[in-house]
Ligand binder design. Structure first.
Ligand SMILES: Cc1ncc(COP(=O)(O)O)c(C=O)c1O
Length: 394
């Protein structure tokens, strides 16, 4: 097991807030000094553009940027030219949806689910979409079989729910979907921080994730696509450095990844993402999952003793606990906890249809990270008991 105190030393925030209990890692993980330094160094000692300058500094910036692409590719077992840098999961999923929807006929269908984050569902509201019936709030093969048909051209689903914390048993689903001619898109924003993703075994067409959930910076993310698809589709955006030759009435575009990365990218962000991948590799995804799930089970055992708490995320795989204090507004609980520097999330967590499934308006979400400790859990339990007493007068 880890020496968590040693790991915490990588996160400068604990120097400023030694008593911080950060339980919102599914929103954004804390950022280690290695990632901060990599970005600072780029801005302090380089700051030049990539793939454009005919001088040493620009070559060096390009080298660091390209190295980050290689690290990300290895991280998910992809090829370098299958990694497109985006602004994040939302950006990747939206750009892709808009591209694919252009080719869809009116009667063709997109399958998605009520478990999705809004970025994996709202882009399809402009077309014919259908929900996969859930099985105990999970996306399952049997649910998909009920609605699958030749008319379905896109299946856009989450690999891991950001609210209920379920990981979709995706392999049999993809094997089944391969009998049809449809594009499979996975939202991997949550799972990427807890489980190794191997695009070759997955055989998925596209997937997206964000750097800021794996210790990286905000505003940068990854859209993975199979090489043949990325080179088949027209560019996601148009602009600088994505074109081979421009004629008066047409243009010849570069191959992937450059074809899809128009304009000056978030160079520091991408370099920071590369450093984040190094950091996560150093920790080991299975160690992170083991530690965070151990803490989750610990918290669940303690929370189960509190009658006023209702837990919605049962037997999930991700280190997420979704709950409410009966008859108390989640935002009141979150504000109470915040007075003790305990950060939890209250609301519908950008996945509002899940509240329909649960028949509630809002919930409180705890999501754990590698830097959390048993002591964090104890403090939370003590304060939530106080909050219950405060709001419920018992
Ligand atoms: C499952 C899921 N999908 C998509 C997103 C969107 O990520 P971003 O805000 O980085 O674009 C999130 C972020 O919370 C998420 O949890």
């Amino acid at each position: 097991m880890y020496n968590i105190n040693k790991i915490r030393k990588h996160f400068p925030i604990y120097q400023k807030y030694p008593n911080l209990v950060y339980f919102d890692s599914s929103a954004s993980s804390l950022v280690p000094r290695e990632v901060i330094k990599s970005q600072n160094d780029y801005y302090a000692y380089n700051g030049t553009n990539v793939h454009r300058g005919a001088y040493r500094l620009s070559y060096e910036a390009t080298q660091s940027y390209d190295e980050a692409r290689l690290k990300v590719a290895k991280f998910i077992n992809a090829e370098e030219n299958e990694i497109i840098f985006t602004k994040g999961t939302t950006d990747g999923l939206n750009l892709l949806a808009n591209l694919l929807l252009k080719d869809l006929k009116e009667d063709e269908i997109i399958l998605t689910s009520m478990l999705e984050h809004h970025s994996s569902i709202l882009p399809y509201f402009q077309h014919n979409y259908q929900f996969i019936p859930l099985d105990q709030q999970r996306i399952t093969l049997s649910g998909i079989k009920k609605v699958m048909s030749e008319k379905v051209k896109i299946v856009a689903i989450t690999l891991g729910s950001n609210t209920l914390g379920y990981i979709t048993d995706i392999q049999p689903i993809i094997a089944y979907l391969r009998q049809y001619s449809c594009t499979i898109i996975l939202d991997c924003a949550q799972v990427v921080a807890h489980q190794a993703i191997n695009v070759k075994t997955l055989d998925v067409d596209f997937l997206a994730f964000s750097a800021h959930k794996i210790f990286g910076p905000n505003g940068v993310g990854v859209l993975y696509g199979k090489e043949k698809l990325l080179n088949k589709y027209s560019p996601l955006q148009y602009g600088g450095e994505m074109v081979e030759k421009v004629f008066i009435d047409h243009a010849i575009y570069k191959e992937s990844p450059f074809r899809h990365e128009a304009g000056t990218p978030n160079i520091a962000g991408v370099i920071g993402l590369g450093a984040a991948v190094d950091f996560i590799n150093h920790l080991g995804l299975s160690n992170i999952a083991k530690h965070t799930n151990y803490l989750k089970d610990y918290l669940l055992r303690k929370m189960a003793l509190l009658n006023e708490i209702e837990i919605y995320s049962q037997n999930n795989e991700l280190p997420i606990i979704l709950f409410n204090v009966k008859e108390v507004y989640p935002h009141d609980i979150a504000s109470y906890l915040d007075t003790y520097q305990i950060c939890v999330r209250a609301g519908f967590h950008c996945a509002q249809l899940v509240t329909n499934l649960l028949n509630v308006d809002w919930t409180i979400r705890i999501s754990l990270g590698i830097y959390n400790t048993i002591s964090d859990c104890e403090i939370f339990i003590q304060r939530i008991k106080e909050a219950i007493a405060y709001f419920k007068g018992n």
